[in-house]
Design a protein around this ligand. Sequence first.
Ligand SMILES: [Cu+2]
Length: 202
Amino acid sequence: MSSDRSGKPSVPALVHDSEQEETEQMSRTRLTLAALATAALAGCAREAPVEPAPVVGAARADVRDAGGRLLANASAEQAGDRVRVRIEAAGLAPGSYGAHIHAVGRCDAPGFDSAGPHWNPTLRQHGTQNPQGAHLGDLPNLLVGANGQGSFEISLPASLAGGAAPLLDGDGATLVIHASADDYRTDPSGNSGARIGCGVFG
Ligand SMILES: [Cu+2]
């Protein structure tokens, strides 16, 4: 392929570009026509049909202690190209707790070692304040107030299902809560202590 001085491919690429543009223009036109047809149909109906939001997946996890007592509810939802994770305390004493997505969907009490390490498909170290971090499964600490309430929501650049490294891969995933706060920098677990609660995403 020939190149101009800037190093960019010249003639063949231009031909290709214009062909591509034509194709894109045609599909844009088709989309516009389809949208107009839909709008026209909607206008005729007594009630305009509401286009349902695409269901792309959601998972939940009940985080329980070794005795089976509920500590928190967690959810993970695909929203565009991100996964939105929510956690809400439901039976934790006031305090700050490390919370992570762990790589294996299995919660064997009492130690929950079966949940494996943090979910880390990008092979980083632990912690958002670690220059080599962070794990994709690293989450903010769950802060529980005097009234027992606490929650957070975070959006991760990840896939719930499908793609190269989905959250719900063959061996699943868990939400683990630790005894202490995560310092956001110490590999591999932020000095967050024992695993006191675990819930399998499903
Ligand atoms: Cu953890």
